[in-house]
Design a binder for this molecule. Structure first.
Ligand code: SF4
Length: 697
C-alpha cells in the first residue's frame, strides 16, 4: 500500500566500480516480490553532500549502474557440475565436496599445486582472509589478483623509487597543483569523478598536458594533447629528463638532500635528446622541450598515470621514469606535487595492501622474512615453518603451470580471467586442464562457467567491510539488504572453506577481521570499523588509533629513506607492425561499462551502450575500403574476432582501439601475453594486428 518510496531507508556505502571511491546512500525499501516473501530491496542511489571524495558528484556507473544487485541472473544457490551440467545443491554438500577434493589434492600434491585468485572487487577483510586461507590453510604463496594486469608495475617501480607503491597525494591536491601532466590515462571514462576535478582545474586555468595516442575527452579539454606513438612513453620521459638536466632546471638541493643514484641516472639519459625521442614518440623535439620546461619550472606539479604506462613490457621502467622526473624536480612530498597512479578497481589498492600478491603478506611484508612469517604464524595459530618462504606464482605463471599440468586446482574469487587476461584461448585451455576449479562469484561469469563448483557470493550491498580507494583512503562498505537468495559474503565463504578443511578461523565478522588486520599490518594499525564510522575514512599509513592518517606521502623523508633514481632504457613494444599485421591494436575502457561487464552489462547501462566497436582513423579506413559501421575481422597472431568499425579522427592513423568489456567481441583473444620481466604485467596496450572487411553476422 502507498507509494513505493514510502518507508525508504538510506545506507551510506562506497561505490563498487572504480578506485575513485565515491560514497553514496543506497535507498532501500521493503516491498512484496512476486512469489516470494516481502523483502528489502535497493531501489535507488542518492548522492551525499558530505561524501569525502565526491560530495554530491557521481558518475553514470555509480548513479545508474547498480541494478545488477537484484538481477534475475544473480547466483542464489551453490552449483556443482555433474556430467558437464551445473546442478543446484546445498551449502553443506558443496562445502564438503570442495573440502574433500582440496584434501585429496593437498595430500597428493601439496599446497603449491593450488592457485588462488583474490579480488579487487571484494572488501579488505575478505582479501585478508583469502590471503590467510592461501598461506595458512593451503600452505602456498600462489595468490595473486588482477593488480597483476593493471598496477603491478607501479607497486614494483614506485616501491623501488620511493618505498611505497601508491598514489603520493590526495585527490583534493589536484586543485592545489599549478601544472598537471596526465600520461596514459583515459581519466574521463575510467575515473570519471576524479576527472571532473582535473576538468575543473583546467577550467580555472591550470595548465594540463595530456599524453595519449587517442584524443580522449580529457585530451580534448587539456591545454595541450601530445598524441604519442603507442610504446613511446619511456623515450619521452627520458627525453624530458634529458632536457631538464641539459638546461639546468633540476632541483639540485632536493637531489642532494633527498635522493640517491643521480649520477648514474644522469649518464643514462645523456643521449636521450628530444631529437632522438621524436621518431620513437611521434612528438616534435620542440614540444618535448617545452613540456619538460613547464613541468620543471612549475611550483607544484603533479603527474597522473594509468594503464598506458603500466601495461607494457617496460611497465616497471616506465613507472621508474616517471618517479625520476619527480625526484629530479622535487615535485614530490608537497601539497599539489606528486606522482599519482590512479588505481583502477574499487578495491585494487586494498587487495594489494591485504597481501593478495605472491611475495608479500598484508602491508607488503615480505614472505621471505622469517620474523614476518613468525608473526603471522603466531597470529594464525601455526608453526612458522608451515608458512612458505618462497614467493608464489603470479596469475600468468599460475595459468602457465596449469597448462603444464603442474598446478592442479584453483580457487578464483570474483575475477574473470577468461575475459580479462591476455591471449585468452590459452587462459581457457589452462583452466580446462585443472583437476578442480572453484569459482566464487555473484554471476555465472565466463570463468565460473568452467568451474567444477560455483559458490554464490553477496554483492557489495549485502555485506559489511571496507574498500581502500586510489588515494589510500580506507572507507566503509555497509550492508543495506539481506543476502540475495542463499548467497553468502565472500569472507564467510572463505571462513566456511577453512572450517570444512579442519582449520577454522578464530574471527567471524568483518569488524573482528579488521582488528586482526590492524594488529598485523602497521599501515592499518590505527584503523577500525568504529573509527571509520565516526571519522568517515582514513588514508594509510595510519599506524595508531590516535594517528590522523597520511593523505600525503614522503613529506619529510621517503618511505625507503632516500628517493632512488633508476637508470632505465627505452625498449620498443614486443610486437611491431609488419606486412602481415600492419596496424597497432590498443585496448582500454568505456564510460558506461566496467571491466568484463559482469556487473555493468546487467544494468540500465547496457541499453545505453549495448555493443562494442573498433575505433579506426578515416585514413586507415579509406586505405582498406571501409566505411563507418562496416564489420571487420580483427586478427593478431593469437586469434580473431568480428566487430564493427567506427571511424574517428580521435585516434592516431596506424592504430585501432577497442574495450575488453564485451564477451561477443572478446578482444583479449588477441592481446599479447608478453610480460614486463620485473612485475610480470602483460603488454595489453600494444600488439600488431590486421583488419579485413567481412559480412555482418
Ligand atoms: Fe563509482 Fe568511480 Fe563513478 Fe565514483 S567515479 S561513482 S567511484 S564508478
Amino acid at each position: 500500500k502507498g507509494r513505493p518510496w514510502d518507508g525508504r531507508r538510506k545506507v551510506r556505502t562506497t561505490c563498487p566500480y572504480c578506485g575513485t571511491g565515491c560514497n553514496f546512500d543506497l535507498e532501500v525499501v521493503r516491498r512484496p516480490v512476486a512469489g516470494e516473501p516481502e523483502r528489502e530491496e535497493v531501489i535507488g542511489v542518492a548522492s551525499a553532500a558530505d561524501a569525502p571524495v565526491n560530495g554530491r558528484h557521481l558518475c553514470v556507473k555509480g548513479r545508474f549502474g547498480l541494478s545488477f544487485i537484484h538481477h534475475p541472473e544473480r547466483l542464489r544457490r551453490p552449483l556443482v557440475k555433474k556430467e558437464g551440467r551445473f546442478v543446484e545443491t546445498s551449502w553443506e554438500e558443496a562445502l564438503s565436496f570442495v573440502a574433500e577434493r582440496f584434501r585429496a589434492i593437498l595430500s597428493e600434491w601439496g599446497g603449491d599445486a593450488f592457485g588462488v585468485l583474490a579480488s579487487a572487487k571484494v572488501t579488505n577483510e575478505e582479501n585478508y582472509l583469502i590471503n590467510r586461507f592461501a598461506r595458512g590453510v593451503l600452505g602456498t604463496n600462489n595468490i595473486d589478483h588482477c593488480a597483476r594486469l593493471c598496477h603491478a608495475s607501479t607497486v614494483a617501480g614506485l616501491a623501488a623509487a620511493f618505498g611505497s607503491g601508491a598514489m603520493t597525494n590526495p585527490i583534493a591536491d589536484i586543485a592545489k597543483s599549478d601544472f598537471l601532466l596526465v600520461i596514459g590515462s583515459n581519466t574521463t571514462e575510467s575515473h570519471p569523478v576524479l576527472a571532473q576535478k582535473l576538468l575543473q582545474a583546467i577550467g580555472r586555468g591550470t595548465p594540463c598536458v595530456v599524453i595519449d595516442p587517442r584524443r580522449t575527452e580529457l585530451a580534448a579539454a587539456a591545454t595541450e594533447h601530445l598524441a604519442i606513438r603507442p610504446g613511446g612513453d619511456l623515450a619521452l620521459l627520458n627525453a624530458m629528463a634529458h632536457v631538464i638536466i641539459a638546461e639546468g632546471l633540476q632541483d639540485d638541493r632536493f637531489i642532494e638532500e633527498r635522493t640517491e643514484g643521480f649520477e648514474e641516472f644522469k649518464a643514462a639519459v645523456a643521449d636521450c635528446s628530444p631529437e632522438w625521442a621524436a621518431p620513437l614518440t611521434g612528438i616534435a623535439p620542440a614540444v618535448i622541450r617545452e613540456t619538460a620546461r613547464r613541468y620543471a619550472r612549475a611550483e607544484r606539479a603533479s603527474i597522473f598515470y594509468t594503464m598506458g604506462i603500466t601495461q607494457k613490457r617496460t611497465g616497471t621502467h616506465n613507472v621508474m621514469a616517471i618517479a625520476n622526473l619527480a625526484l629530479l624536480t622535487g615535485h614530490i612530498g608537497k601539497e599539489g606535487s606528486g606522482v599519482n597512479p590512479l588505481r583502477g578497481q574499487n578495491n585494487v589498492q586494498g587487495a594489494c595492501d591485504m597481501g593478495a600478491l605472491p611475495n608479500v603478506f598484508p602491508g607488503y611484508q615480505p614472505v621471505g622474512d622469517a620474523a614476518v612469517r613468525a608473526k603471522f604464524a603466531a597470529a594464525w595459530g601455526l608453526d612458522a615453518v608451515e608458512l612458505p618462504a618462497k614467493p608464489g606464482l603470479t596469475v600468468g605463471e599460475m595459468l602457465e603451470a596449469a597448462r603444464a599440468g603442474e598446478l592442479k586446482a584453483m580457487l578464483i574469487v570474483g575475477e574473470n580471467p577468461v575475459l580479462s587476461d591476455p591471449d585468452s584461448a590459452r587462459v581457457v585451455e589452462a583452466l580446462r586442464r585443472l583437476d578442480f576449479l572453484v569459482a566464487v562469484d555473484i554471476f555465472l561469469s565466463e570463468t565460473a562457467q568452467l568451474a567444477d563448483v560455483v559458490l554464490p557470493a553477496c554483492s557489495f550491498a549485502e555485506k559489511e567491510g571496507t574498500f581502500t580507494n586510489t588515494e589510500r583512503r580506507v572507507q566503509r562498505v555497509r550492508q543495506a539488504i539481506e543476502p540475495v537468495g542463499q548467497s553468502r559474503p565472500d569472507w564467510r565463504i572463505v571462513a566456511d572453506l577453512a572450517a570444512a578443511l579442519g582449520r577454522p578461523f578464530d574471527v567471524n565478522d568483518p569488524a573482528a577481521v579488521m582488528a586482526e588486520i590492524a594488529r598485523l599490518t602497521p599501515a592499518y594499525g590505527g584503523i577500525s570499523h568504529d573509527r571509520l564510522d565516526r571519522e568517515g575514512g582514513l588514508c594509510w599509513p595510519c599506524p595508531a588509533s590516535d594517528h590522523p592518517g597520511t593523505p600525503r606521502l614522503h613529506e619529510e623523508r621517503f618511505t625507503r629513506g632516500k628517493g632512488r633514481f633508476h637508470a632505465v632504457h627505452y625498449l620498443p613494444p614486443a610486437e611491431a607492425p609488419d606486412e602481415t599485421y600492419p596496424l597497432v591494436l590498443s585496448t582500454g575502457r568505456r564510460l558506461f561499462h566496467y571491466h568484463t561487464g559482469t556487473m555493468s552489462r546487467r544494468t540500465e547501462l547496457a541499453a545505453i551502450y549495448p555493443e562494442e566497436h573498433l575505433e579506426m582513423h578515416p585514413d586507415d579506413a579509406a586505405h582498406l575500403g571501409l566505411t563507418d559501421g562496416d564489420w571487420v575481422r580483427l586478427s593478431t597472431r593469437r586469434g580473431a574476432i568480428s566487430i564493427p568499425v567506427r571511424l574517428t579522427e580521435g585516434i592516431m592513423a596506424g592504430t585501432v582501439f577497442t574495450s575488453f568489456h564485451f564477451s561477443e567481441a572478446a578482444v583479449n583473444v588477441l592481446t599479447n601475453s608478453a610480460v614486463d620481466p620485473v612485475a610480470k604485467i602483460p603488454e595489453l596496450k600494444v600488439c600488431a594486428c590486421r583488419v579485413e572487411i567481412v559480412d555482418p553476422p
